[in-house]
Write a protein that binds this ligand. Structure first.
Ligand SMILES: *Cc1c(COP(=O)(O)O)cnc(C)c1O
Length: 406
């Protein structure tokens, strides 16, 4: 006879999981499209998208079909053998972008770790072992390994872990003069999110990215775009670099790439890729058939005019609702971002209270995010329908009313 399993509740989290997160009080158990249900059967509209990951909503039928088909065929080979889904996905990414070579990893962190190691390796083998400087930006986020968190520009994440990888320098985002002041021939790479996500949903100016391109060319440094959050259709273009018309040397993708299945990719040119050789870098799981099959299905849906052209229309609907809140409650000092990566910065009188709005929103049945203490962030499914946007915003209006009345 099966023994009774102990009840799993939110309290279990505090009993068994490392205290590195503060998850909501409810536990989601089921999702369909842009709707999610918790253990008690309460329904939520999902404006969070698993932090810009579930780009096609929950349990999209074509992703489920791809997962099921591959799940019954071949899960894992390791990179001692290659596999068809990885090669198919690699071909799609190369055909659709500037890239000539791709490598798959499992998380944004790992794709960036690969990118930064490649940039250092390329510079030291093709130019000089002293060409190691990495220029990155305040408030940037590039992941949580010691190297990637050190390239990120948020001391609250990077401090306290002992000596950091050396020769990484941070300057203000969107400030080309600041970059110019520290750029030299010892610089191997400039690393930038075209739209800073975690740092507050701030888009680069076109002049800034073009200026970085020019400076990198002048000093033979590589331009690395971290599109982990802003890529895969999020801004309305397949990748944000296409919107800006500024082509990087290396690009990283993750989050939306697998539509919820963990996978990441680093894209680059043949010349840069050729600095690496067999054994330079690797991953046991990277490019596994299950992840690549799901990502391939997600790619085929996202990289279509119907999906990409719908994103701006949906953004406008979100922004209209937010402007209405603002007109009613004098709430936001700025509504920004690109496509369906939307940031709404709270006015000084609500400073530091983004999380209060988030909790109240969950109570009212809508999942939203913050980006720092002062910015509400929305990263919904790229195919969310109008009715879900309107219903979620009606619930958010209730939440806003509650917070303001408190
Ligand atoms: C989320 C994120 C990462 C890290 O990705 P993980 O999958 O959490 O390792 C890196 N860069 C950016 C821009 C991100 O938004």
């Amino acid at each position: 006879m099966a023994t009774e399993q102990p009840a799993i509740t939110r309290a279990t989290f505090d009993e068994v999981i490392l205290p590195i997160y503060a998850p909501a009080e409810f536990i989601p158990v089921k999702g369909k499209g842009s709707r999610v249900w918790d253990q008690q059967g309460k329904e939520y509209i999902d404006f969070a998208g698993g932090i810009a990951v579930t780009a096609l909503g929950h349990c999209h039928p074509q992703l489920v079909a791809a997962l099921r088909a591959q799940g019954e065929t071949l899960w894992h080979t390791s990179n001692v053998f290659t596999n068809e889904p990885a090669l198919r996905l690699g071909r799609k990414l190369v055909d659709a972008t500037f890239a000539e070579r791709v490598v798959f990893m499992n998380s944004g962190t790992e794709a960036n770790e690969t990118a930064f190691k490649l940039a250092r390796y390329y510079a030291s083998t093709r130019h000089s072992p002293y060409k190691t400087k990495i220029i990155a930006f305040h408030n940037a986020f590039h992941g949580r390994s010691l190297f990637t968190v050190s390239v990120g520009g948020q001391p609250k994440y990077s401090d306290g872990f002992g000596p950091k990888p050396a020769d990484i320098i941070h300057v203000p985002f969107n400030d080309l003069h600041a970059v110019e002041a520290v750029m030299d021939d010892h610089t191997c790479a400039v690393v930038v999110e075209p739209v800073q996500g975690e740092g507050g949903v701030t888009a680069a100016t076109p002049a800034f990215l073009q200026g970085l391109r020019d400076l990198c060319d002048k000093h033979q440094a590589l331009l690395v775009f971290d599109e982990v959050q802003c890529g895969m259709g999020r801004t309305g273009s397949l990748f944000a670099y296409m919107h800006y018309g500024v082509t990087p040397d290396i690009l990283t993708s993750a989050k939306g790439l697998g539509g919820g299945f963990p996978i990441s990719a680093m894209l680059t040119t043949e010349n840069i890729a050729s600095a690496f050789h067999v054994g330079s870098h690797g991953s046991t799981y990277g490019g596994n058939p299950l992840a690549c099959a799901v990502a391939g299905a997600a790619f085929d849906i996202i990289n279509t005019p119907e999906v990409l052209s719908g994103i701006q229309v949906k953004r406008e609907r979100f922004v209209q609702h937010l402007q209405q809140f603002d007109a009613q409650y004098d709430l936001f000092s700025d509504i920004r971002g690109m496509g369906l990566l939307i940031g709404a910065e709270l006015k000084p009188q609500y400073q530091g209270r983004a999380r209060d709005f988030l909790y109240a929103a969950a109570d009212a049945g809508v999942m939203v995010l913050n980006a720092g203490p002062d910015v509400m962030r929305f990263a919904p499914s790229l195919v969310i329908d109008e009715a879900d946007i309107d219903e979620g915003m009606a619930r958010l209006a209730q939440a806003v009313k509650t917070v303001i009345a408190a």
